[in-house]
Design a protein around this ligand. Structure first.
Ligand code: ZN
Length: 175
């Protein structure tokens, strides 16, 4: 590690300890050239998580791309950006369980599970992309399945207004 004061690359580690997140290590160092002390934070370089698509192709998981897809499904729906960001956060957090690869289907299902609790229209829009409804019958059967779930109806208010506060807490509890 190069000394920020004299540029010497000879230093001694005085103390090493993890900080809040377990993958970050704080090291207190002393320069052997000038004797000054400085601190470095080292972070394990993360391997990009790869999404495995249904046809076997792979692409890196990109949070922004997932967010765009969800934003698209939520267009013109009474869903706040905060709610969407929390949803993206929650899905991203759950992806930490996967090493190296995750099937795109798994991500889609995680999003659907959460969207389901937020907004039925956004849910069905997202499902139509991720489940790749190939015909009107599979689309209708999904709608039917959605309608048959009674607890969902209770969540919707008569005026179609959404109780975002309540729904936010649903997302958070899924973490
Ligand atoms: Zn130095």
């Amino acid at each position: 590690m190069r000394c920020p004061f004299c540029n010497s690359s000879d230093d001694k580690v005085l103390d090493s300890r993890p900080v809040d997140r377990a993958d970050v290590v704080r090291r207190r160092r002393a320069c052997k050239g000038c004797g000054k002390r400085f601190t470095t934070y080292e972070r394990l370089e993360e391997m990009p998580l790869m999404i495995v698509k249904s046809d076997g192709r792979r692409e890196p998981f990109l949070r922004d791309k997932l967010r765009r897809g969800i934003l698209h499904a939520c267009e013109k729906r009474p869903i706040s950006i905060d709610t969407i960001d929390q949803l993206v956060d929650a899905v991203e957090y759950e992806l930490k369980d996967y090493v190296m690869e995750v099937p795109s289907r798994e991500i889609g299902e995680k999003v659907l599970k959460k969207l389901h609790a937020i907004d039925q229209v956004a849910y069905i829009r997202f499902a139509s992309v991720y489940r790749n409804f190939s015909d009107i019958d599979s689309f209708l059967s999904e709608i039917k399945r959605l309608k048959s779930r009674k607890p969902l109806r209770k969540v919707s208010r008569p005026g179609g207004q959404l109780n975002l506060k309540k729904r936010n807490s649903v997302i958070l509890s899924l973490n």
